[in-house]
Structures are given as structure tokens and as C-alpha cells.
Design a protein around this ligand. Structure first.
Ligand code: NAP
Length: 207
């Protein structure tokens, strides 16, 4: 499958691109700066330049699936959270609809189901919540993945991927990327919302 990865220069996005390639897919890494292209090009991975704050509809040509792993990061203000995590995600959904994309997988966050309950970064939880809601109402086939606190340690290849009430815990970014690639690979878009934390289930056996 040709899979557009939005946020491909990011820590999860980058690894998701590589894991999709390993599984035999054709990832298209969307990055926003020319200097971010070579790292993918050198590995034979297609790239497309696109900025969520501008028109990026050109990135969706012949795309079968989308992985949205972008985010404004913790060091920007609330305005960028709204512009990227919320509005950027919403525009990505709209572009995906226009392009007749078959499966949209989004990296959300644990807690995005209940932003009112957030004790910190309420605006962030609202942004993730609104983006998820928009995707759910879009008519696209979707999978929403809500990871716990992201860690940079190496992945274990095992996680807990589950529906329903969230449990607060950590999860390595590498395992999140592997789960995203697995979900795309399985291609069973059943409009699911999953929480994702560290656990004991081999990723290949999660769905
Ligand atoms: P990351 O490393 O900060 O990557 C985010 C990517 O988004 C970056 O590559 C960035 O591009 C890209 N981006 C930002 N603005 C953009 C724009 N205008 N146009 C195109 N791309 C843009 O994030 P991560 O650690 O991989 O996390 C991925 C997701 O997980 C985020 O949505 C985050 O909110 C979510 N999450 C985080 C936690 C946590 O514990 N931190 C928990 C759950 C979920 P540049 O590289 O060019 O800056």
C-alpha cells in the first residue's frame, strides 16, 4: 500500500516510515523542510514536501492509507497545538476524504476521550479530542491510537493495545511506530479507538 506518513520527520513518524517499508509497503514521508528529505531518499523512500500550515493537498495523490503522527510538540504555545494537532489533523482528514483514502490511522493521546478531566495541558487534550471527533464523523475508515507517556528507550515489541477506559502508563515510541505499521499492514479498518501502553502482547498478535 502507498501510505502517506504526516509528521514523518518526527520521532514516531520516522520510525513508522521505516517499519512500513520493512513490511513491504510504499511509505511516502511528508516533511516540511528540504533538508529533511535526504534521510529518506538515501534509503529509497519517497518523500513529499508539505506544511500543515499551508496547502498540502498535493501530498495525497494515489495514497491508499494515511498515518497522522504530527504534533506541535511540548515547547510551543497553545496556539500551535490548535493549529497543528487539531486543525492540521482536521485538514489532513479532509484531504484524505477528497483523495478517497481507504484507511486513516491517527496518533492521538491517552486522555483525549475526556479532555475536561485533564489536570494539565487541557488545551492539548481538547485539540486531540476535536481531531479524533472529526475523523470519527468523516466517513473515512479510521483507527485512533491513543498512546500513554512516550519514552525514547528501545521498543520491546510487546504492548497492551485495548479499547475502553484508559490506564495511565508509558510506552516506547518505537513500539508505537510498530503498532501503527501493524495496523496499516493488517488493513482491517473497523473504526476502532485503541489505548496503547507498554504490555506483554507481541505487537503482531494485538489485532
Ligand atoms: P515529534 O517528534 O515532535 O514529531 C512531530 C512531527 O510533527 C515533527 O516531525 C514536526 O516536524 C511535525 N510537524 C509539526 N508542525 C508541522 C507542520 N506545520 N507541517 C508538517 N509537519 C509538522 O512527536 P512524537 O514524539 O513523534 O509524537 C507524535 C505524536 O504523539 C504527537 O502528535 C504527540 O502529540 C503525540 N503524543 C505524545 C505523547 C507524549 O508523551 N509526548 C503522548 C501521547 C501522544 P519537524 O520535524 O519539521 O519539526
Amino acid at each position: 500500500m502507498r501510505v502517506l506518513v504526516v509528521g514523518a520527520n518526527g520521532q514516531i513518524g520516522h520510525q513508522a516510515v521505516e517499519k512500513l517499508k520493512e513490511k513491504g509497503h510504499d511509505p511516502v514521508a511528508m516533511v516540511r523542510k528540504e533538508e529533511q528529505v535526504a534521510q529518506f531518499k538515501d534509503k529509497g523512500i519517497e518523500t513529499v514536501l508539505g506544511d500543515l500550515e499551508k496547502d498540502f493537498s498535493h501530498a495525497f495523490e494515489n495514497v491508499d492509507a494515511v498515518v497522522f503522527a504530527a504534533g506541535s510538540g511540548g515547547s510551543t504555545g497553545a496556539d500551535k497545538t490548535i493549529i497543528i494537532d487539531q486543525e492540521g489533523a482536521i485538514e489532513t482528514v479532509e484531504n484524505a476524504k477528497e483523495a478517497d483514502v481507504k484507511h486513516f490511522v491517527i496518533v492521538s493521546s491517552l486522555g483525549a476521550d475526556a479532555p475536561k478531566k485533564a489536570e494539565q495541558a487541557k488545551h492539548y487534550m481538547y485539540a486531540k479530542h476535536r481531531a479524533d471527533q472529526h475523523l470519527q464523523a468523516s466517513g473515512l475508515n479510521y483507527t485512533i491510537v491513543r498512546p500513554g507517556m512516550l519514552q525514547n528507550e528501545a521498543g520491546t515489541g510487546k504492548v497492551k493495545l485495548f479499547e475502553g477506559d484508559p490506564e495511565v502508563a508509558n510506552v516506547p515510541r518505537e513500539d508505537v511506530a510498530a503498532v501503527l505499521a501493524h495496523i496499516v499492514d493488517k488493513n482491517q479498518p473497523a473504526n476502532k479507538i485503541y489505548n496503547l501502553i507498554e504490555g506483554d502482547t507481541p505487537i503482531e498478535e494485538t489485532i
